[in-house]
Design a protein around this ligand. Sequence first.
Ligand SMILES: [Zn+2]
Length: 304
Amino acid sequence: MICKTCLSDSEHRHHVFIEMMFGTKERFEYQECSDCGTIQRLSDVADESRLYPDGYYSFSKPSRNSRVTAVRDAHALGTKSILGAVASFVRYDPIVAVIGCFGINPSSRVLDVGCGSGKLLYRMSAAGFKNLTGVDPYIVEPAAGAVTIQKSDLQSMSGEFDFIMFNHSLEHVPEPDQSLSNARRLLAPGGRILVRIPTSSSHAWREYGPNWVQLDAPRHVVIPSRKGMSALAERCGLRVRQSIDDSTAFQFWGSEMYRNSKPLASSRPDDVFSRREMREFAKRAATLNIEQQGDQVAFLLNAA
Ligand SMILES: [Zn+2]
């Protein structure tokens, strides 16, 4: 099959990956592009929505955030304070820290694509952001208020946004070029798109192969290489301006569980690994991020 990022139609490498999050062990065929290294699913899944049962993590209800969390998030997202600096140091959160690197402000019109129950948007609201919209085709309850959440696909959206985020959602769609082109259509002049996504250009893919936790077969449909992501952006009238590796200890503890045939949903990492092992995983992730070999990246795109 033609590579969905770089469009190469060479002979690609073939793989079979099994479902391991819930441990159903169903088998799915994938290919790895011989030109750019992007991994994509070949098997058809008749009803994609069945892959996201009610207990799927992104649908869990947003919890009430403490005042300290709100001040910490506000600090990371640009509203600096001493308390926020202390809270960021003590309880560092990689998601808001990465978003904060890309210069948005409380009046930015923000769209979160594949927002689930809207957890991140509610946190941004508590941190002072005023214009927050989420869209997700699989959510149960739309919302209106401080945060607007629409049960819809991106294609049906209208409006104009300064900052459009794909937080680990683009790898779930069968046609990522359609999603990015739609995001481009909704982008205000000078606006930016953030794509946080796993990448096959990583130590974890090379080290763990079919047990790499972020393959997440069959939910992850297209896992781009770094080169593939640039090619995909270009085809959608966009350009990768900056990238920050934001991989975590998850690449190690999750992949080690799969290597030992333990489904992710079966046990908590703290019950499987010692605190010393978990600290070591986090340290190795930080090193890989500096070397740009982490297994997930935050790509910042703008109009070409
Ligand atoms: Zn390719």
